[in-house]
Structure formats: structure tokens, C-alpha cells
Design a protein around this ligand. Sequence first.
Ligand SMILES: NC(=O)c1ccc[n+]([C@@H]2O[C@H](COP(=O)([O-])OP(=O)(O)OC[C@H]3O[C@@H](n4cnc5c(N)ncnc54)[C@H](O)[C@@H]3O)[C@@H](O)[C@H]2O)c1
Length: 350
Amino acid sequence: MYIVTGSTGLIGFTASEYFLKKNIKVIGIDNDLRAYFFGKKSSNKWKEKRLKKNKLYTHYKTDIRDRTKIINIFKKYSKKIKAIIHTAAQPSHDWAIKEPLTDFDVNAKGTINLLEAFRKYCPEAPFIFTSTNKVYGDAANFLPLQEKKLRFEINKNHKYFKKGINEDMSIDDSTHSLFGASKTSADLYVQEYGRYFNLKTVCFRGGCLTGENHSGALLHGFLSFLVKSIVNEKKYFIFGYKGKQVRDNIHSMDVVKAFHEFIKKPKKGGKIYNLGGGRTNSCSILEAINLIEKISNKKSKFKILKKNRLGDHKWWISDNSKFIKDFPNWKIKISLKKSLEQMVKFELKN
Ligand SMILES: NC(=O)c1ccc[n+]([C@@H]2O[C@H](COP(=O)([O-])OP(=O)(O)OC[C@H]3O[C@@H](n4cnc5c(N)ncnc54)[C@H](O)[C@@H]3O)[C@@H](O)[C@H]2O)c1
């Protein structure tokens, strides 16, 4: 039996379906707070309905901020719990500014609630946390970047050019956004529970996580929302950087397969890994638009706004080497093109 928080979100849903297919019982915790954050259109209820059809799945509409209720769920299943996959979050930089206290309570307090319940009732299980590259703040913006025709690019001789940014980048002295700060707090707690109590905790610091299971919204889920906008011929707004900001995109299935590798051979001591699509799955927004236009045969309507989001990355490519060194069976299997094709197909169908 696995506990999955945020079980109807992009990553939680993909993880739930993946492990249910392997005949593992899943206890899903999700109160569809995403609809509160980003509006009804980004509600994940459709995925809740799909999961509930599976007899191995049990849903709790519990808020991870509710310490007593979370403790009670862990107490109820206690020793049966073989892994915890914590993906529930307030996931957007921009939304965090609206309600900093809610952002903190969901991301930081929600995480320590889960860590305490886990330490008390199933400390042998691996605890997986979906962290973010925003823990490094905007440090990447101070790398030697050059402006090319369609994207920012790092100097060819730089150590990050080939493989991307590794875990050595400092998390200090940069602008994180309030969201980045609440996630960093959670990331440090997850590490600390691993180190201080010698538990099997891990932080996956994600780049851009994507796939057809994302309920993309203006403020979160850039590729999903971009695909929706182009396919449905809606205007898309790009926040600054001339649309040349680079993201590395990883399909949710490749993310979940990385979780699975860790669950099979968990390590103690609070591990941290960057996890993203790497150079081959990277694109700028302008490049993504070109790709989606080709795949969907539709013309995009976009507007580039002058102002960028505070602390937003100009260029980010994750170096997955540390994870691959520890878990050599894992590699990226789904290309950016394939992800986009699946997303366009899904959007046209729905
Ligand atoms: N999507 C990305 O590009 C990306 C990048 C880096 C890191 N991450 C991290 O990965 C994780 C998963 O992201 P995602 O894209 O699947 O997000 P998502 O919004 O699709 O899923 C998160 C789920 O958590 C639920 N949730 C939120 N607050 C809750 C609460 N208080 N109690 C119970 N449930 C709650 C939401 O309803 C939602 O279904 C998050 O921690 C996010 O910060 C995502």
C-alpha cells in the first residue's frame, strides 16, 4: 500500500495509475485545492472519478494542512504503508503572492505534517517529495547566458552546457519567489528528517513536469496550458524575456519511473536529485509554440508582455547525472515531441 498526496494532480495521478496497474493499493489524499488556486477549469475532479473506479484505490478528500486528520490516516494504515509519494502543493510562483500564508501552510506546514505522521507510523517506508528547481532561486539567471534568435543559451564552454545544472548550485543569495521559499522550507525538512532521524527521504527537484494528465492553467503547467491555448485558438500571454526563456520538460511518466527506482532501492539520509528533461527535452516558449503549431496544424495567437515574472528562470536545464549514477536503470524515455503529440491528441479529443 502506498500513500499518494495530490493524487489527482499531474504527478500524483500518474503515480497512482502507475502503481494501481502494478496491483498496489493506493491511498490518495487530494481535496482538489487546485480548483481554488486556478479556477474551476483546472479542477482535477475528472481524475478523481477515474481513480475511484479502481477497487484498489481509496480517496481521502483531506487537506494536508489538517494535522489531526493526516495523523489519523497514517495511524489507520500504519505498518501497511510501504511508500509515501508527496506531490500535493500550491505549485505556482504567481499565485503565492495572492495568499502567502496559504502558500506557506500548504507547502511547508503540509509537508511537516506528513513527515511527522510518517516518522511516527511507518518510518521504514521511503518518503518521496516533489521539490522544485526554484530552491536554487534565480541563481541560474546569472550564468553567462547569450540571447539567440529563439532562445537564451549558455556559453558553449560552460560546465553546464552539455548536461545542465547539477545539485552544486547554491540555494542562497538569490530570489526564490514566495513559492520557491515555501518549497525550499519543505525541501530542507525532508532532507533533515532523512539526516537527523536516518530515514529514507528524497527530494526530487523538478524542472518542468508535463504530460497529458496536467490540468494546465495560466499560472501553472506551462506546456499544458500552451497546448490548450493553441488547439482551442485562444490568446496566450508570455511573461517577458521575449519568449526566449528555456525550460527542460520531463513527462510525468518518466518522473514516476524515477520514483519507482528509488522505492525499489531506497537510500537513507535525505537524498536530493535534480530531475528534468535535460538538454534534448529543452525548449524556449517560442520554440515550443513552433513545435505545437506543426503538430496541431493550428496557428497560435500569442502576445509577449514586457514584464517578466520576478525571479523567473531565463534558462534552466537539469543535470540528471547524480540520479542516474545512483539508479542506472533509469533514463528519459519520452521525448519532448512525443509529449507534445500526446498532449495535442488529448486536447483535440476532449
Ligand atoms: N508541474 C511542474 O512543472 C512542477 C515543477 C517542479 C516541481 N513541481 C512539484 O511537483 C508536485 C506536483 O506538481 P503537479 O504539477 O502535479 O501539481 P498539480 O497542481 O497538478 O497537483 C497537485 C495536487 O495537490 C492537490 N492539493 C493542493 N493542496 C492540497 C492540500 N492542502 N491538501 C490536499 N491536496 C492538495 C491539488 O488539488 C492538486 O490535485 C508539486 O509539489 C509541485 O510543486 C511541479
